[in-house]
Design a protein around this ligand. Structure first.
Ligand SMILES: [Fe+2]
Length: 248
């Protein structure tokens, strides 16, 4: 059985949700309780995305401009940004000025997840823009390749998300994450890059989405030194393997 599951950009099947609003599920069933969608909204549209009472959700918006209106708040979308709605407590509207694309990532909340959520979570809704993302160091990377924390672990349940961008060197050592499922998305403008897991290898291009389960040794690497890569990673902790300091 393959350890890497992936869908190429051209194979993501979109369906029309409402006027000017399209959504396609990517890699359904890759992990129990997780749904990953790619969404596209035409320029000048107004849409009310579905809100979920039992799912924590993060929107990673990587293309387009416009705004999100949630309650009395207006969040202007002028650069890459992340939006986490407040479950179904407050509906939100997305208005686009130009064509918009984003990932809608969600995790079903178990009884255990709700207990942890009560102990620790970021106040929702939460809007976070590229200018404010946190640059951090990963010792195994060349320094020109920048790692940004976008959605910190346990801000919203077991999900976290970040971006890696820059010219890189093809010299990375494989590593494993005992507790994390991981997904990767090639952002607009990225050069193709290599994803290796165990003895499998996939060339990831802009718009592709790939996933590996926890405990699989892997490397993300530019195809050749100096290639410019830009991808977002999304991770979800396997239930029971959480390391949140607020647990009891
Ligand atoms: Fe990793």
């Amino acid at each position: 059985m393959n350890v890497i599951s992936y869908v190429k950009r051209e194979d993501i099947l979109f369906h029309r949700v409402s006027e000017g609003y399209y959504r396609g599920e990517m890699l359904p069933g890759a992990m129990e309780g997780i749904i990953t969608n790619k969404c596209r909204i035409e320029a000048g549209a107004q849409v009310w995305p579905a809100c979920y009472a039992d799912r924590v959700t993060a929107l990673f918006i990587f293309k387009g401009t416009g705004r999100i209106k949630s309650g009395s708040q207006v969040y202007e979308i002028t650069e890459r940004c992340l939006f986490c709605p407040d479950f179904d407590h407050e509906k939100y509207l997305i208005e686009t000025d130009t064509e918009m694309e984003y990932l809608e990532l969600s995790q079903r909340m178990s009884e255990e997840d709700w207990k942890h959520h009560e102990m620790y979570h970021i106040v929702l809704p939460w809007f976070h823009t590229h200018s404010n993302w946190h640059l951090y160091i990963e010792g195994f990377r060349a320094s020109e390749l920048k790692s940004y924390a976008v959605l910190h672990q346990y801000y919203v349940s077991r999900m976290s998300l970040g971006e890696v961008t820059g010219p890189g060197e093809a010299r990375l050592e494989p590593h494993t994450h005992p507790e994390l499922y991981q997904w990767f998305y090639g952002l607009p403008g990225t050069d193709p890059f290599l994803f290796k897991a165990q003895d499998e290898e996939v060339e990831v291009r802009e718009g592709d989405w790939i996933c590996i389960p926890n405990e699989v040794a892997h490397i993300v690497s530019p195809m050749k030194s100096g290639d410019y890569i830009d991808y977002v990673w999304f991770e979800v902790v396997v239930p029971g393997k959480e390391m949140c300091p607020y647990f009891y």
